[in-house]
Design a protein around this ligand. Structure first.
Ligand SMILES: Cc1cc2nc3c(=O)[nH]c(=O)nc-3n(C[C@H](O)[C@H](O)[C@H](O)COP(=O)(O)OP(=O)(O)OC[C@H]3O[C@@H](n4cnc5c(N)ncnc54)[C@H](O)[C@@H]3O)c2cc1C
Ligand code: SF4
Length: 795
């Protein structure tokens, strides 16, 4: 007998790979739980004050639960993110495809061995398309009058033209316009997509503040929480923040167990919570390069067949940070305004031998950097009064800490000295380089902690080429060139760590196959930067997301091939029928629902999310208003609005979870049905019925059978009648009409709190042709029924 929660798929981490996987798998009808160690960051919640900034780092041992996870290894420093949406919270929004010829085949490496990509650009192109669309990727609108004055972008374009290099405006996942294809403008309200927004927060278009790398408080970044994760939640994924995975292992009869802890940052006195365990059929590791490789190394004994390639092919994707200082034009300061615009707007491309340019060397990109406006005055800090200078030093330290925070490196002071005093801010610009360095690094454990072995030695020719080109850009712009201080010790700072669990053609070459499935462990997938068998060369997030999308297509196709026949959907017109006393139905029960959803795409559909909370008593028959806490969160979906309205029973699909200690914690709904205003046996009586199948903590099938009684009375009864749900928990999966014969496990009452009701209203979404009109018809139906029941004509 198992006390564990079991789902179809667990996704560890919610960055580019994890979010895509969560959405694709939930959308296909699998029960999905996402375990993310960091917090959720709605717009407006990102740290800005010095006090907030000082807590914005990730180190739970020091009770720090912030967004910046800073690593200092021997040859390099690195920054990654912790939070719902992973790196998308702090990244610079650039979504670039890996160049076609950079998917090299068996290319010899300087130190021996070779680099080999078992996928091609053609394999990824359809997935690149899908991700770009979902993330709303558009180039910086430089030609539009509002954005035309962005000096750094123009300077990069001028420099590239002068040097004969290719320059481009890469796609950025930023909302410059309120909706795709609409006229761009600053600070306009962004239209909420049909799948809603998990924060339920207002978003506005980009205001060019340069704060992208410290979190966008306007919600203008189309980060993963606003896009893939919101869509995943809409499709029933259960996303849990502050849940950190510690251990993983395969189960003897298939599937995987995952041990995790919950963090409670808001309660400083809280003792460490006990380790909990969940199980799943498929486990997707998407904890980022460091997170995933650390988990696999730490649990290596549980995976004896794991490839010896674990830890190999690591690199920093050729990252190099440098600065242009004091740009001039005809003897006067040339404005570059690094603080105007998103952090990155344009890219200069350095060709590669692999492009058919012999002697070019290893290729790369140089992009304009940016920083928040408040850093401008920090840059001038050395010249101003004591108090401000102190604040300046503090903030500058924090800011540069995003790029490097090795304990022995006080970059702020060095950088401050480099910059010197004077009117610098306007004529200075960080340059961000990246490209095809040599992926011969290794991630491993040292004293139980993650350690990395990597140096610039074998990549020196590449880095020298990048630095020389940056110096030439500086010359063209009449600027001084400055290396990052760490370069003097041949250290680099990477924000793009990749590799460590590389894909390959066989276990001798890689940890996972070209789809991310781990060799020797069916159902164990890796979907993050660690599967790259070499540097991406461009900014890697889009490639990580596209590979995750491709992985899911294969996973779902394979699953369809072997999928047991489902007994039919919980869709409109087909109610719950046939008793199922077996164990959790998992994805079997949703196969038909998926088909129905696909079929329903040419018809208007709508959905909304309902959260109810209340009390439950085991062992009683009649619902009362006291007992143990009980809640549920359901997404109700009407696949075909017209069919729903015409149907006497007004039946819709319900997905989501219930949460109650007595039932074993949070339990996913395996199948669920909802009837809105079904006939109640009298003209002035209607029923809202809920039937939810789930399995409790001991894997016993259970049914929540609930009803809201809506019958004639004073108008003041509308609120309690429509927001109070009485329910029983029944043993087994009990079909409609058989409640009386089923053993009762307990009963309770749930209500909707006002705040949840407001959220519910905001969650209504219509999809498909004529969606808005369908929403209108639905609203009329709802109001009409209330009128029929409570209106003056009924007595
Ligand atoms: C300042 C900065 C700017 C950047 N700009 C760009 C850019 O413009 N374009 C681009 O392509 N890339 C950019 N990047 C890089 C990009 O953010 C990463 O390449 C990308 O986020 C990696 O995606 P991923 O899925 O591998 O992992 P991540 O996005 O890092 O997500 C991993 C997630 O897993 C969670 N996690 C880790 N361990 C555990 C655990 N044990 N249990 C539960 N959860 C866990 C983490 O909290 C995190 O949320 C930038 C990065 C930084 C730091
Ligand atoms: S520039 Fe400012 S508003 Fe625009 S995406 Fe970046 S942080 Fe958001």
């Amino acid at each position: 007998m198992s006390l564990r929660e079991h789902v179809d798929a667990i996704v560890v981490g919610s960055g580019f790979g994890g979010s895509v996987a969560a959405y694709r798998l939930a959308e296909a009808g699998l029960s999905v739980v996402v375990l993310e160690r960091g917090r959720s960051y709605p717009p407006g919640s990102f740290a800005r004050t010095p006090a907030q900034m000082s807590r914005a780092f990730w180190d739970p041992d020091a009770r720090l639960y912030g967004m910046f996870d800073v690593w200092g290894f021997r040859g390099f420093d690195s920054v990654v993110a912790s939070g719902l949406g992973g790196g998308s919270l702090i990244y610079a929004n650039v979504l670039m495809r890996k160049d076609e010829h950079w998917f090299v085949r068996e290319q010899p490496l300087p130190g021996g061995g070779y680099e080999n990509w078992p996928v091609t650009r053609a394999d990824l192109d359809p997935h690149y398309d899908a991700v770009e669309k979902m993330l709303g990727a558009v180039p910086y609108p430089l030609d539009h009058p509002v954005y035309a004055h962005t000096p750094k972008t123009r300077a990069m374009r001028d420099a590239a033209a002068e040097l004969g290099l290719e320059w481009r405006l890469p796609p950025l996942a930023v909302s410059f316009a309120p909706a795709p294809g609409a006229e761009p403008g600053i600070g306009l309200p962004v239209e909420t997509p049909s799948y809603g927004n998990l924060h339920g927060a207002r978003r506005t278009t980009c205001r060019l503040c340069g704060e992208c790398d410290i979190g966008c408080n306007d919600g203008a970044k189309n980060s993963l929480d606003h896009t893939y994760l919101s869509a995943a939640v809409h499709h029933g994924a259960d996303v849990r923040t502050l849940h950190e995975v510690e251990n993983i292992r395969p189960l003897p009869r298939g599937g995987y167990a995952v041990d995790y802890v919950r963090h409670r940052p808001d309660d400083p006195d809280a003792p460490r919570e006990p380790v909990r365990t969940m199980t799943c059929d498929r486990l997707v590791l998407a904890a980022g390069t460091y997170g995933t490789v650390y988990l696999l190394l730490r649990n290596r004994e549980a995976f004896p067949a794991m490839s010896g390639a674990l830890g190999t092919r690591f690199s920093g994707n050729g990252d190099l940070l440098t600065f242009l200082l004091r740009a001039t034009d005809r003897g006067r300061a040339r404005p570059l305004d690094a603080s105007r615009g998103p952090v990155i707007t344009s890219a200069i491309r350095l060709p590669d031998d692999a492009d058919g340019v012999p002697g070019a060397g290893r290729g790369g990109y140089i992009e304009d950097g940016g920083y928040p406006g408040f850093v401008d005055w920090m840059v001038e800090g050395a010249d101003i009064g004591d108090v401000v200078a102190r604040a300046t030093r503090f903030l500058l330290e924090r800011f540069t800490g995003f790029f490097a925070s090795a304990p022995d490196t006080n970059l702020s002071r060095e950088l401050s000295e480099l910059i010197g005093s004077g009117a610098l801010s306007v004529s200075s610009l960080p340059l961000l380089g990246m490209g095809r360095d040599v992926a011969d690094g290794e991630l491993r454990l040292r004293d139980g902690r993650l350690d990395a072995k990597w140096s610039v030695a074998t990549s020196e020719a590449y880095f020298e080429r990048l630095r020389k080109t940056m110096q030439r850009i500086a010359d063209v712009l009449g600027a001084d060139y400055a290396d990052h201080p760490a370069w003097f010790r041949k250290r680099i700072i990477t924000v793009h760590p990749v590799g460590g669990a590389p894909m390959g053609r066989h276990p001798g070459e890689g940890v996972c196959d070209p789809y991310g499935e781990v060799f020797g462990y069916p159902g164990l997938y890796i979907a993050d930067g660690s599967i790259m068998p070499g540097p991406v060369g461009t900014n890697p997030a889009l490639t990580i997301a596209a590979m995750a999308d491709r992985m899911c297509s294969r996973l779902l196709a394979a699953r369809h091939g072997v999928s047991p026949t489902g007994s039919g959907p919980a869709s409109t017109g087909a109610g719950p029928a046939g008793r199922s006393g077996g164990k959790a139905m998992g994805d079997r029960g949703t196969a038909g629902a998926r088909a129905d959803r696909r079929a329903g795409r040419d018809r208007p559909s709508l959905s909304f999310t309902e959260e109810m909370k209340g009390f439950y008593r085991p062992g009683v028959r009649n619902p009362g208003s006291t007992g143990e806490r009980f809640s549920f969160r359901l997404t109700i979906t009407v696949d075909d609005v017209d069919r729903f309205l015409a149907d006497r029973e007004h039946l819709a699909r319900a997905e989501g979870w219930i949460d109650a200690e007595a039932c074993g914690g949070r339990r996913p709904i395996h199948r669920g049905w909802f009837n809105l205003f079904a006939p109640g046996g009298a003209p002035d009586r209607r029923l809202m019925r809920y039937r939810l199948y789930f399995a409790d903590g001991e894997d016993r099938p259970r049914t929540l059978s609930g009803w809201k009684n809506v019958f004639h009375g004073p108008l003041t009864d509308i609120w309690p009648a429509t927001t109070t749900l009485y329910f029983r928990i029944l043993d087994g999966h009990v079909p409609e009409g058989e409640d009386d014969m089923a053993p009762i496990v307990g009963a309770g009452t749930l209500t909707i709190e006002l705040a949840d009701f407001v959220r519910q209203l905001a969650s209504f979404r219509a999809e498909g042709p004529g969606g808005l009109a369908a929403l209108h018809r639905f609203a009329k139906f709802f109001a009409g029924n209330l009128w029929e029941i409570y209106g003056p004509g009924v007595d």
